[in-house]
Design a protein around this ligand. Structure first.
Ligand code: KG4
Ligand code: ZN
Length: 338
C-alpha cells in the first residue's frame, strides 16, 4: 500500500510517501522557522496561510521523487491533531479532498503517535513493548507503549514542555526562536563547574515533570551575574545539564517500573546531543538500549505521518467525508493497531 502523508500541525509543512512493501519512498519538508522567528514565536494565522502555499507543491515534489503520479496512491494520511486548528485544517482539507477525488481512503493521524513511531523508519527499529520519552515544543511525556496504538501515559509535564523551556531560556540569551538547538550549541562552550541548577521533582516519587522553575532559575542567575558571553554559555550549560539529568532520572525510573529494557526517544528535543549521549549510557547501564529517529525525523516531518497512516489504513481505518481536526487529542484515546 502506498500512502501519501501530509503534516501541517504547526510551523513546518511536510509531505512523504510510504510504501508498506518498500518503506519510505520520498519525503520533503518546508520550515516556516525564518518567517516565524521575526515574531518570536508561531503566529497561527500566518502558519496556516503558509501551509496553503506550500502543501501542494510539496506533494508534487514527493510524487516526482518517487516517480509516481497521484493515480499510484492507495491512501492519504494527514495530521488531524494535536496542533494549531487553522494549520491542521489546511493539511486535513487537502488530504481529505485528495482522497475523495481519487476515490481512495483518507485518514487523520495523531501527530504525537507519528513522533512516537518515527524510530520505526530506521534500519534497526525497536521491538514492542517499549517506554517512550516524547520531548517536543509542546509535549513532555513518558509513555508505556505495549504495542502499536496501545499507549498509557506514565508521566507528563505539570507546566512547560522541555522544548518550551529550552526556547524560553534561549530567548533570555538572545538566541532567537526556536532557540533549543542554538542553546545546546552555546552550552558546549560553557563551564560546567560554574552553576548548578536544580533537577526538578526528582526528589519525590513519580514520573511527572516540571520545567518552568528551571527557566526562572536561569533568569535569576542572569539577573545576578549579568549576560556576558561566558556567563551566557555557563548558564546554557547548567540549564542543559539539569534538563538532561532530570529526563534521564525519570527515564531510568520508568524502565525500572515497567521492567522493560527498550527506551524510544522522539520529538524535537530528541535531537539534543547531550541527551542522546547520556541516555545511551544510562540504558546500557540498565542492560537495555535506546532508539532515536534520525535527526531530521526528530522534528516535525511528513514521513512519520505517512508511516502511521499506512499502518492504520492497512487495518481498514479511514475517515468519512467530513473534514475534522482535533487541536487537543489525548494519545491514550487511540485504538490498537494489531
Ligand atoms: O517536535 P518539534 O519539531 O515540534 C513540536 O511538535 O513541538 O520540536 C521542536 C522543539 C523546539 O522547542 C526546539 O527548540 C526543540 O524542539 N529542539 C531542541 C533541539 N533541537 C530542537 N532542543 C534542545 N536541543 C536541540 N538540539
Ligand atoms: Zn511535533
Amino acid at each position: 500500500m502506498r500512502v501519501l502523508g501530509i503534516e501541517t500541525s504547526c510551523d513546518e509543512t511536510g509531505a512523504a510517501i510510504y510504501d508498506s512493501e518498500r518503506g519510505l519512498l520520498a519525503h520533503t519538508l518546508y520550515s516556516q522557522v525564518e518567517m516565524q522567528a521575526e515574531y518570536g514565536g508561531v503566529v497561527p494565522e500566518l502558519a496556516a496561510r503558509d501551509h496553503v502555499r506550500k502543501t501542494i507543491p510539496l506533494i508534487e515534489e514527493v510524487l516526482k521523487q518517487s516517480n509516481m503520479t497521484l493515480g499510484d496512491l492507495d491512501g492519504v494520511a494527514y495530521t488531524a491533531g494535536p496542533g494549531l486548528a487553522g494549520a491542521l485544517m489546511v493539511g486535513a482539507t487537502i488530504g481529505r479532498s485528495l482522497g475523495f477525488a481519487l476515490s481512495i481512503p483518507a485518514l487523520g493521524v495523531h501527530h504525537m503517535e507519528g513522533h512516537l513511531l518515527a524510530p520505526m523508519l530506521e534500519e534497526a527499529p525497536p521491538a514492542f513493548p517499549f517506554v517512550a520519552l516524547l520531548v517536543s515544543g509542546g509535549h513532555t511525556q513518558l509513555i508505556k507503549v505495549a504495542g502499536m496504538g496501545d499507549y498509557q501515559i506514565l508521566g507528563d509535564t505539570l507546566d512547560d514542555a522541555v522544548g518550551e523551556a529550552f526556547d524560553k531560556t534561549a530567548r533570555l540569551m538572545g538566541l532567537g526562536y526556536p532557540g533549543g538547538a542554538a542553546l545546546s550549541l552555546l552550552a558546549e562552550r560553557g563551564n560546567p563547574e560554574r552553576f548548578d541548577f536544580p533537577r526538578p521533582m526528582t526528589d519525590r516519587p513519580g514520573l511527572d515533570f516540571s520545567f518552568s522553575g528551571l527557566k526562572t532559575f536561569a533568569l535569576n542567575t542572569a539577573t545576578k551575574f549579568g549576560l556576558d558571553e561566558q556567563t551566557k554559555a555557563d548558564i546554557a550549560c547548567a540549564f542543559q545539564t539539569a534538563v538532561v539529568e532530570t529526563l534521564l532520572i525519570k527515564c531510568r525510573r520508568a524502565l525500572r517500573l515497567t521492567g522493560w529494557k527498550r527506551l524510544v526517544v522522539a520529538g524535537g528535543v530528541g535531537a539534543n546531543r547531550l541527551l542522546r549521549q547520556r541516555l545511551q549510557e544510562m540504558t546500557a547501564d540498565e542492560g537495555g538500549s535506546v532508539f532515536f529517529p534520525r535527526h531530521e525525523f526528530c522534528t516535525d516531518n511528513g514521513a512519520m505521518i505517512a508511516y502511521v497512516g499506512c499502518q492504520r489504513l492497512m487495518m481498514g481505518e479511514k475517515n468519512d467525508l467530513e473534514i475534522k481536526v482535533y487541536p487537543r487529542w489525548p494519545i491514550e484515546n487511540l485504538t490498537k493497531i494489531l
